[in-house]
Design a protein. Structure first.
Lengths: 250, 250, 250, 250, 250, 250
């Protein structure tokens, strides 16, 4: 019996051309996950912002029948760019990657897409939204309403639990991210980390933002736990699942 | 005992910032794998060109101590672009992705890099080589000889066995690729495929190259086997290992 | 007696070349105001986002001796782009304008600059911050610490009074903006306006955001007053004045 | 009685969204004024090329009912670029600003536009004409003849009086410009200036054009007068008025 | 009698506007020749890659009635770029030149075009093919099948004789090229040259490829002869003639 | 005796790499000729603007020992773009071609360059001057005064004889151009042409400039003669010779 293999085929690039054609015809929703290779304290891996959304996307796909496009794991990293291990890309590069992939998905008949990034930096998200908006506007001129694109960070949902978890100002490599990675890939968590409060200047654009948080952390990773992480992840999965179902019906 | 986990840390984004700093200081070689989301007959998955180089890179990393950067799984696909499931990106997009990542690796002190693509289309490879050349030339002006970059397709090595395997004209989704995927991810091979000979016009640039091979195959997948695949993969691993060792010494 | 004219010379382009050279030598701070030509309900003029920061900049200049560069009155307007009268420009265009002007100010020896936009859209602000960051980073490589640039919206300060004014969710063309324009250019306020709550989708990027607030207002302009506006403006002037003094000393 | 305010509403950005919609429906002509921030001798302000066309545009608007879009006060300044106070922008930047604003005016239904620059440098004017031509050609493909755009410098008209004023070779910061500013903003004229003859090489493209006229003047400002300026301005207003009327009828 | 002049009019730019209109109406095939200014050993001129295709194009035109567009004699030269006399252009520049000229030929009604380059570098050929492909794809969307473009190097045909000439690995400035120039422009051949084997690294992208063949030759020019050259040229002419006839009929 | 061949070697691409190295070392001046493929009435060939400067450049080279780079025969043609046979290229394309070639000449040690275009359209000349200026400015930062570039049209000199020839308003395809081609390539002149006065609108940018001179001529070709052409050409040769000598000494 081999039909147990079927549930694994939630990655778009595991399908054959024929299977992809059928999926497009069925109106299948696509999640396109993005992340970054970026310093996340001494305790978390550089790929922290990839691990989270890819896990969420896979779980949502298993529950809803949507597909997950191959992730793009490089992002625009402003505040962390001078820490070792951070690879930051140009605004134009990210815009073009997102624009090309959205265009191509639509050319293939995949009209409903969720762009979900684990990295939530402001420039990064604007590049993604700008690409989506240019695609949506252009398609609206050609054929109104057919194309629907959502752009979000899974962190948008995760931080909704911050108050409940008693970490109201938690951020980069803090309680929430550390907990989530502990729940997904515990073998990649290197020690407990160290609490720190990032205080970037409110308006000044500085050449050395890393001097505002030398440990590379914004929050308290020491109170993180796999249990908390599991709870957060479940919540995020539930919220993203709702978005997928909304697109499946709309 | 947890030291068994150590061998898994060959992915660059599994390291922490400190570990990445140390790796750069050690002169660690980086392999940057690329692929495509592209029709590969009815029997192979769209991600065939990702599966192969990522597997090779991981095996070489285990043997040599080099690191593997997160893959970029989108490529320039000319001949297959009109088959369902193919997502082709612009030349400039690929150039920029490669240029940004190479620049950032070098900014981080990783001076020895192998860019290895599973997809071997001509425009695709030229975009990668052009990015590498611009980086090498610029760095040569600043500091001669420090930066060394190789650009290749793992298929360059794989097809060296074509004669031995009695499939001299084998290509896209043919005996070699099918065998290799059968050896790496057999659960993603959907049936035996069908032999076909692609005959693109030699000089004319056509709007519908897919009409020259309606089955999307160039070669004979029906004579593929996991055994052949294993043999090819071992050979490719050995060849890439040699390149890494050459950079480690140089 | 003509020395009463002197206080008017806070606009950079009112200086002669010699006066500009002297001002640069003196370390004079420059404010570069930006805005947009954009629907602001039926009661406010399209230039609402220009009127506010230009007034603030002029007042701050009178008090601190800083200079104000000629404003750029065109911005990136996403949510309002389909209302009559909105002129929205491309991301690249705004980036280039900001990049060129910052570069040229620095080439002229004006190293301390406040980029202050009346329009506070997210893409708009990212374009400005990105330009500033590229300038700061490049200059840091050449000559660390000499160049200092702040990027803000005067609305960032204005909305700090929202709770005190009992309009916590006030926004586009609402109580705050209407009050401020009533205080600065009452002759351009056309009636009382109509309260409305904008509810853009949280994640979906839509072709017709104007359908989410057909009146083009987010807030309650009917409770606005020139008195409130004066109070807000004074507060904003005070805050921007602090930033200028900070740069004058730093 | 407040109807005396109406005449002031000749600036496009003083209109509300509804008023802008009505103006477009009425076929209202738009003047888009441009200038530069540029050395103009020791006696004239950097914004000399803004002061002139903005004054002309306002006067023409009062007489014809056309509207004036917010000015763009930054230009391409070749010969003066190394004098203090000159801010010169890239060719592409000016092209994009002009292209975006013309496109957006047309998207709003304003099909008749006069682009009028106070700065008349050759590259500067070509950038504006190129943008206009690309817009006109594209619109001609879509809907022949609807869009009409004129591109000019108000100096094109002003220098028609040069012979009559006995200053045949007058140019940058000379008799004509000085007189015009004396008539419009006398409080910004700083002394009488000094006569000078600019002799740029005819063909060689030099790095230091400022060495060809160290005083930054091409002409004789010492014979300027407010009276002459008034006469010139009236003439220019009359000529631009004719262009507007031509577009209003056509 | 002047009709003997007629046969010379195979250059497109020798026609008048009326003659060009007529040629387009007749479905005339256009050959667009390209080359490079590039080191070719001490014995061959920099323009070797121009001389060959321009001669071929002219001969084919005389035999078939096709036209030859003005050549573009600058190319992308990687391996030879550091030798004196090599002028290498950017990838984007070549792409744009080819794209503009193909677009303009098609706008003029010349729908059948052969892009033939004497320089056959990989990046160079990809830039040409990419331009052709973008044109063909776009025109296919508008009007399927009307536009037909071939992209080739005349060297593709020339090297088919390599085995017959007993120079199997002949390349840059070797037997074939030297012979061909001896047959076309013997007065530009400066001595016999020197045999050399170029051994560029297979994968490494190097800053100094010229160190791999200090004489700038890949092959043996010493066995070249005008006779061989004549034979090769005749063969190439025949093959290109076939392509033209194929387009004339198709 | 073969030294009679030497005088022909005024084309840069006729030199070998060694000869080019020597020429650069000698400080040899380079002329880079440009033109256009463009309607020139019914009587002149499309390449009229190439024939003239290439002839001038060759003659000047013979007299002064300067070299001529391969011409670029495609230009920006605004007014004639809708006539059959006109191939007009993008502003950016011409800028990049000029920028690349100037950069490469300088990289090769050719520091004194005359860019001479037969086509004298305004956008066309600005693209050339802009490229030259960017090169000169950049090189001035690196090494002041070494690089010298002149940009001109040979028509700038030719029209200095217009009064003497009694054709004061002569222009495109008129007396001067027709006479010059009659003197250089009489076999390409097709009949006498027809006099016409082009009256483009002074300010309006129109989609159909060809309607302002349906015959495609601005001037009177019927009074042209080879004699006049010879005289004009001699004059232009003399003037360009002076420029070369000026650079040779400077």
């Amino acid at each position: 019996m081999t039909h147990t293999k079927k549930p694994q085929l939630f990655w778009l690039d595991e399908l054959s051309t024929k299977e992809a054609a059928q999926a497009a015809k069925n109106g299948t929703v696509i999640i396109f996950p993005l992340g970054s290779v970026e310093e996340h304290g001494d305790h978390l891996p550089l790929g922290t912002d990839c691990i989270q959304p890819e896990y969420i996307a896979a779980e949502v796909a298993k529950r809803t029948g949507c597909l997950v496009a191959p992730p793009f794991r490089y992002g625009i990293c402003n505040a962390t760019r001078n820490f070792p291990g951070t690879l930051t890309i140009q605004f134009d590069t990210l815009y073009r990657v997102a624009h090309d992939i959205l265009s191509e998905l639509i050319r293939n008949g995949f009209y409903r897409i969720i762009v979900m990034s684990g990295h939530a930096g402001n420039s990064h998200m604007v590049a993604l939204r700008l690409a989506a908006q240019d695609i949506v506007t252009k398609n609206d001129e050609l054929c109104a309403g057919k194309v629907r694109i959502m752009v979000l960070s899974d962190f948008d949902f995760a931080e909704e639990l911050a108050t409940e978890l008693a970490v109201p100002d938690d951020g980069h490599a803090g309680t929430i991210e550390t907990s989530r990675v502990m729940a997904i890939k515990p073998e990649l968590v290197k020690g407990k980390g160290k609490a720190e409060k990032r205080q970037l200047p409110r308006f000044e654009v500085v050449a050395h933002p890393e001097r505002c948080f030398p440990g590379g952390v914004n929050g308290d990773p020491t109170v993180a736990s796999a249990e908390k992480g599991k709870k957060i992840n479940e919540y995020v999965i539930g919220q993203v699942e709702k978005l997928v179902r909304q697109l499946q019906m709309g």
